[in-house]
Design a protein around this ligand. Structure first.
Ligand code: NAP
Length: 303
């Protein structure tokens, strides 16, 4: 299938282009970007021109930040093409509901991806937790925004979600592996005095689960979650890639290189089966953190 990539920035070049190149299902047929391009691939500067010039391209994959994404997503679905969205799937929940309705009306696939759900140990953790009762948990998601999002001012703008841009990856794993729904109870948000989005957040969730997200982590980075259940402990480390059961290694592999190939394999299946996959549970937790969060102004932040 021919796919067009929109938003040729960090994640498109780091992950999407290699994943498409390595897949037998996909052919990267065009890019849409104001500045970026991929060598040897036809480049367009805007979505409307690409959609009218290339009716042969059935699938469009959006790697834009969430705030500018909706208008492009809507144009793709109106044109009757299948659509794949980077996480988070939109700037608001209502946007994604509108896209779901439009995809259903046009009879095309909509896939709201959560790349962290494809990490090596997530499926095993889900199987392990099935039927167990969770009595407590701790998520620690601390990374250096300068390393992973260099110069990306959009991340601290409204709709950019601040530290929830990586934090929602943790919440996507959480909502995938728990055997019951989880809800947000309270949140503290640290917002730099010169920015709109939080640089750190602490969440209290149901079932005794606490989360600590921080963008100011230098040195070793931490993407861990630990749970206490009625029948022992379980931990996921390195962003869902390594599993520990009762303190002992229990599988997984410390590499993220398979997440994006898995997303494109899933998209190929969804298109073949004329199905969609849109789970907004991680985004509901983030929206509720912004609704209930107590804001603390902290030191200004510059990249
Ligand atoms: P990025 O490099 O800052 O942006 C991607 C591209 O989007 C840019 O190259 C730009 O392309 C376009 N863009 C940026 N702002 C725009 C605007 N206001 N209007 C129109 N186009 C705009 O960001 P990224 O790191 O690739 O992240 C993109 C998405 O991928 C985000 O949702 C993020 O959460 C997700 N993601 C990122 C990472 C990561 O490690 N960085 C990992 C996983 C997922 P042009 O200017 O050339 O048009």
């Amino acid at each position: 299938m021919k796919v067009a990539l929109v938003g040729i920035g960090k994640i498109a070049l780091d992950q999407h282009v290699p994943a498409i190149a390595a897949s037998d299902d996909w052919d990267l047929a065009a890019t849409v970007s104001r500045n970026g391009q991929v060598e040897g691939v036809e480049a367009f500067a805007d979505i409307a021109t690409m959609l009218s010039a290339r009716p042969d391209i059935e699938v469009v994959s959006l790697c834009l930040p969430p705030a500018p994404r909706f208008a492009v997503a809507e144009a793709v679905l109106h044109a009757g093409r299948h659509l794949m969205l980077e996480k988070p799937p939109g700037a608001t929940l209502a946007e994604v509901h509108a896209l779901q309705a439009l995809a259903a009306a046009r009879g095309v696939t909509l896939y709201a991806t959560w790349h962290s759900r494809m990490a090596h140990a997530v499926a095993a953790a889900r199987r392990h937790l099935a039927g167990r009762r969770i009595t407590g948990g701790r998520i620690t998601w601390r990374e250096d925004v300068r390393k992973w999002h260099p110069g990306q001012d959009w991340i601290f703008e409204p709709g950019g979600m601040g530290v929830f841009d990586p934090g929602i990856n943790a919440l996507s794993i959480l909502t995938e592996i728990l055997p019951m729904p989880v809800r947000l109870i309270a949140a503290d948000l640290d917002v730099p005095s010169n920015r709109q989005g939080p640089i750190a957040a602490r969440l209290t969730l149901s079932h005794g689960i606490e989360a600590d997200f921080d963008f100011r982590q230098e040195g070793p980075q931490t993407w861990d979650m630990e749970f206490v259940t009625d029948r022992g402990h379980i931990a996921l480390r390195m962003g869902g890639n390594l599993l520990e059961i009762d303190g002992a290694p229990a599988g997984g592999e410390d590499t993220i290189m398979d997440e994006y190939p898995a997303l494109y394999a899933r998209m190929a299946d969804l298109v073949r089966n004329m199905a969609s996959d849109v789970d907004l549970a991680p985004m509901v937790l983030v929206a509720d953190a912004f609704t209930l969060g107590r804001r603390e102004t902290v030191a200004p932040f510059e990249f």
